[in-house]
Design a protein around this ligand. Structure first.
Ligand code: SAH
Length: 359
């Protein structure tokens, strides 16, 4: 039994079953035993592969996107690049290289990373050290200095805890995590005064909500509305709020039971882009998209970028570039990220068109 399991047993014994949201939050972000604090999640040897780890093209195109959006905003230097949940820092490194290639090295760039894992912070420090740019780390977006900024969030919102509400004959109940007869973690239900759920749904329906995702999106959007800049969020998810549960646990690129070995597997849920869009609009900002990752990357010219890279590549490297291009944009096969992943942007309301998003 792992340490976090012991701690959870103690909490549940003392306080009773805890919400799924609290379970997920402890499993992912417990400062000592949480997943991001202890594990190396990324890459073929890790638990999952993210787009920036598949190919440098992904971060480079986002860097060029940021340069153009900054120009359209008419904002002053320094260009303030903020990333939420930067992982290994790969996306930011690729983006900074591309940004410098179009803006010139002399342009002032300031980097802000919002990260909760000390272990990943160390890796990010190593990845970004060579750029000789001011980089600062923050525990939350509230700490980022005022002014226009470009916010990037790739596979960030899917890592935030969700609540599950289950429709029963007695109305909506909340899914909770308790202990069974053998003191193993088990799902249960508890009553919940869910006035905010106005949805009518048949018995057995599950509604998945992330209060934290909505809260963070609303705060970033409010900031963009008043200070300028933009946010680009890329994640897997759906474009309509609908019943159904998508909580999943991954370990070594395989699906596992989310209650097994807490802190040792990655827990995520699909992002509800419609809920995020409502949070943006409530904050007085404009939503662009969501569009599929395939459409977004194609509009930014990923095919041309791949062709360019292949000109200087040997045959093996050329093949790797093709494989990466397919993985990032393919819409037809289960491993393709083109269709399931969506891109959504946020700007001030007067900015009608930005690269990557059709008007
Ligand atoms: N963007 C990266 C990593 C995605 S994994 C990539 O595409 O490869 C999710 C990242 O979000 C990790 O860096 C994790 O430590 C961070 N994270 C999770 N919850 C967070 C929170 N509440 N605040 C800030 N960062 C968080």
């Amino acid at each position: 039994m792992n340490e976090l399991m012991r701690e959870l047993q103690e909490i549940i014994t003392q306080e009773g079953p805890i919400s799924l949201e609290r379970y997920m939050s402890l499993a992912l972000s417990h400062p000592r035993y949480g997943y991001y604090a202890t594990r190396e999640p990324f890459g073929a040897a890790g638990d999952f592969v993210t787009a920036p780890e598949i190919s440098q093209m992904f971060g480079e195109l986002i860097g060029l996107w940021a340069a153009e959006v900054w120009r359209l905003c008419g904002a002053q230097e320094p260009i303030r690049m903020v990333e939420l949940g930067p992982g290994r820092g790969t996306l930011m490194a690729d983006a900074l290289r591309a940004l410098r290639s179009v803006r010139g090295r002399a342009n002032a760039i300031e980097v802000h990373l919002v990260e909760t894992s000390p272990r990943l912070t160390d890796i990010q420090r190593q990845t970004l050290g060579a750029f000789e740019l001011p980089v600062s780390w923050h525990a939350s977006i509230a700490e980022i200095p005022a002014g226009a900024a470009i916010f990037i969030a790739n596979e960030f919102f899917d890592a935030l805890p969700v609540q599950h509400f289950v429709r029963t004959e007695n109305g909506w109940c909340e899914r909770a995590v308790g202990l069974d007869g053998k003191r193993k973690l088990a799902f249960g239900l508890r009553p919940y005064a869910a006035e905010e759920i106005r949805l009518t749904a048949p018995e057995g329906s599950v509604l998945e909500l992330s209060a934290e995702a909505r809260h963070i999106m609303r705060a970033v959007a409010a900031r963009i509305a008043s200070e300028g800049g933009a946010l680009l969020a890329i994640d897997y998810g759906h474009t309509q709020t609908q019943c159904g549960e998508t909580l999943q646990a991954m370990r070594s690129n395989r699906f596992v039971d989310p209650l097994d070995a807490p802190g040792e597997c990655d827990l995520t849920a699909h992002v509800d882009f419609a809920a995020l869009a409502r949070a943006v609009e409530a904050a007085g900002a404009r939503v662009h998209g969501p569009v599929t990752q395939a459409a977004f990357l194609s509009a930014l010219g990923i095919a041309e970028r791949a062709r360019m890279l292949k000109r200087n590549a040997n045959p093996a490297q050329g093949e790797a570039i093709d494989v990466a291009l397919t993985r990032l944009t393919d819409c037809a096969t289960p491993t393709g990220m083109g269709q399931l992943f969506k891109a959504m942007a946020v700007t001030q309301t007067d900015m009608r068109a930005i690269p990557g998003f059709p008007r």
